[in-house]
Each structure stands twice: as structure tokens, then as C-alpha cells.
Design a protein around this ligand. Structure first.
Ligand code: FES
Length: 104
């Protein structure tokens, strides 16, 4: 498990990229909840953190697939495979991510 940053440092709905143990991760805060997904689109391996949050999830900037923040599943083509979603815990106001534990 890796301590990433204080929860207060994450802007609501703004993707935040971080590398943890050689794993690219994108964090997205929604209220007091934080989602952590692999920062790599399953269609053409570009960074999802450069995309935007929409009501359908995190949208890939290159071809527009949207990935659900909880399940990692794409709701729109061309991507067909889910991105890994990792366990997130907030401890004493700090965000921790476990890239060894997938939740999807
Ligand atoms: S690279 Fe992400 S949808 Fe094509």
C-alpha cells in the first residue's frame, strides 16, 4: 500500500496521475471518495489522466471511450476491455492506494 497525498490535495473530478511501484495510476476524487484506475486506456494505451470526467466516467481523450470509475468497464466503444481498478483507503486524511489489490 502506498501513501499518495492528502485527500485535500485532490481536486474534485480532476484526474490526478501518479506512478506507484512502476504502475501508472489515475486518481479521481468524487466527494470524500477516491477512485484509482490504471492510467492506461485498454484500446491504445494512452494516459486516461489526460482525459476528462464525464457523467459516464473517465473519458479517453483519444477516441472517447468512457471508463466506469468503480468497475473500470468501458461504457462506450472503441475500448472493449476494462481497466484495472485498485483499492483506495483514506487514513487520517491521507489517500493510500494498493496496486497489488484489484477491486474489479
Ligand atoms: S486510445 Fe482510448 S479509446 Fe482509443
Amino acid at each position: 500500500m502506498h501513501r499518495v497525498c492528502p485527500l485535500a490535495d485532490l481536486d474534485e473530478g480532476k484526474p490526478f496521475a501518479v506512478e506507484l511501484a512502476d504502475t501508472p495510476v489515475v486518481l479521481v476524487r468524487q466527494g470524500e471518495q477516491v477512485h484509482a484506475l490504471r492510467d492506461e486506456c485498454t484500446h491504445a494505451e494512452v494516459s486516461l489522466s489526460e482525459g476528462e470526467l464525464t457523467r459516464n466516467g473517465l473519458e479517453c481523450w483519444l477516441h472517447g471511450s468512457c471508463f466506469d470509475l468503480r468497475t473500470g468497464a468501458p461504457s462506450t466503444p472503441p475500448a472493449t476491455e476494462p481497466v484495472p481498478v485498485y483499492a483506495v483507503t483514506v487514513i487520517d486524511g491521507d489517500v493510500h492506494v494498493d496496486v497489488d489489490t484489484r477491486t474489479n
